[in-house]
Design a protein around this ligand. Structure first.
Ligand code: NAD
Length: 414
């Protein structure tokens, strides 16, 4: 994934006037932190390896999720941290990019054990994070419960037992009772669905009655489906780590969510027919949403993709070679750095509320969020029209040029 993003950045570099110096800054993260720590589990010691890559903080504190997954590596986290820098610039948020990860299969541990592991990981990261330094959030296999444990542990270590507002702001994506924000949980999926809606409005494309398929039915996947359902769209296939299912008539997304909450995956769901991953990506549909992991659409399966629009809810789901084929096939792509940037926007709202000790209502946040997402989408879409380039290229060009202008001002001032 790292090489995919680096190739993308170099490619876009050839179509902007941004200097090579700026590109060379963007290609390397500021800090790469690697921690190894022991946790006692059932009377034996387990060693864990975690990472935090802080890509850039020229705009403000580092910001980005922490994922728990067996595939986590320094390179993967590095790549994801770069994307965070661009998402914050695109959304005009005063944060820089970061990402963290723990190499772990969560299915092997109980809740109690995950709490011990998360608290130990926080201890290991403690010197590197902070409300004005680096603010982690949830990502794959992490959630508000884990953010609450981490916030609590951070406060314990710092001796701040009163949990004042500033200390809560070290993590975002917390539960509401722990200083979390309304709309944070659904923010990323809500943003994905809103971008699909705005693309449809601009292109005079009726969403009602249209079909879609989604890979990943976790936090981002479900909330994307919830809003698409409200637009009258029909979910005809869904997949997760346990397999893929198809239904010509469409799935009830609320029923499926209840099932996944109880069973942790879609395996053995009573409706639909089981299909292979290959068949999933061959399905004819209107909208395809990769909402799980990176590099899912590659040169191996791109020829069979048959849809009008792909919205990248996940980070980096399409390889650079596959994207070229999709462009030849006239399949429009809403790229990850735009499509899933709603999460960091509400994380910013949460951080502001914590810092100011304020409480914003759900309606206030939704209204502000929806308007902001629409403005951002329109700005990037207009750049793509003006520059006659893809939406991904437009997002990168905007990010690079804005980064260059801030960077130059900082250095001129010194
Ligand atoms: P999650 O843990 O809630 O859900 C992940 C989903 O992916 C689950 O349905 C899981 O079964 C599925 N999955 C895992 N491995 C898979 C595999 N090998 N094949 C198919 N499906 C698999 O995570 P999430 O927060 O929904 O994140 C999903 C994607 O969205 C990730 O790429 C993440 O980086 C990105 N993202 C998340 C946020 C956020 O706010 N949570 C923000 C921006 C981007």
């Amino acid at each position: 994934m790292l090489s995919n993003i680096q190739k993308q950045i170099k490619k876009i570099g050839t179509i902007t006037n941004v200097s090579d110096d700026i590109l060379s800054i963007l290609l390397k993260p500021i800090n790469q932190i690697s921690v190894n720590f022991p946790v006692k589990i059932d009377n034996s010691i387990h060693m864990f390896s975690g990472y935090r890559v802080q890509h850039n903080n020229y705009f403000g504190p580092f910001k980005g999720g922490i994922r728990y997954h067996p595939s986590v590596s320094n390179d993967e986290v590095n790549a994801l941290s770069q994307l965070m820098t661009y998402k914050c610039i695109i959304q005009n948020i005063p944060f820089g990019g970061a990402k963290g990860g723990l190499n772990i299969d969560v299915n092997n541990y109980s809740d109690k054990q995950l709490e011990s592991i998360s608290r130990s990981f926080t201890k290991a990261l403690y010197p590197y994070i902070g409300t004005n330094k680096d603010i982690p959030a949830p990502d794959v296999n992490t959630n508000s419960k884990i953010m609450d444990w981490m916030t609590d542990e951070y406060n314990n270590i710092s001796g701040n037992f009163n949990s004042t507002c500033n200390m809560k702001s070290v993590f975002t994506g917390k539960s509401i009772d722990f200083g979390g924000s309304h709309v944070r949980e659904e923010a990323t999926g809500r943003g994905v669905a809103l971008m699909i809606k705005h693309w449809a409005i601009i292109n005079n494309y009726e969403l009602k009655g249209k079909s879609y398929i989604i890979q990943g039915f976790g936090n981002v996947g479900y909330y994307t489906c919830e809003l698409l359902h409200s637009y009258g769209m029909n979910l005809i296939a869904v997949g997760d780590h346990s397999g893929y299912i198809y239904s010509k008539e469409g799935f009830n997304v609320f029923n499926l969510k209840q099932y996944v909450e109880k069973n942790k995956c879609i395996d053995n769901y009573e409706y639909g027919e089981i299909i292979s991953k290959d068949d999933f990506f061959k399905l004819k549909c209107n909208v395809l949403i990769p909402g799980a992991l990176e590099l899912q659409i590659t040169k191996d399966n791109v020829d069979s993709i048959n849809c009008d629009l792909i919205a990248e809810a996940a980070n980096g789901p399409i390889s650079i070679e596959a994207e070229e084929v999709l462009q030849e096939k006239n399949i429009y792509i809403i790229p990850d750095i735009l499509a899933n940037s709603g999460g960091v926007l509400v994380s910013y709202y949460e951080w502001l509320q914590n810092k100011r000790d304020e409480y914003w209502s759900e309606k206030y946040i939704k209204d502000r969020f929806d308007e902001h997402i629409f403005d951002t989408f329109k700005k990037m879409y207009d750049i793509s029209l003006y520059k006659k380039c893809s939406l991904r290229e437009a997002c990168f060009i905007y990010s690079f040029e804005k980064f260059e202008s801030i960077f130059n001002k900082k250095y001129t001032l010194k």
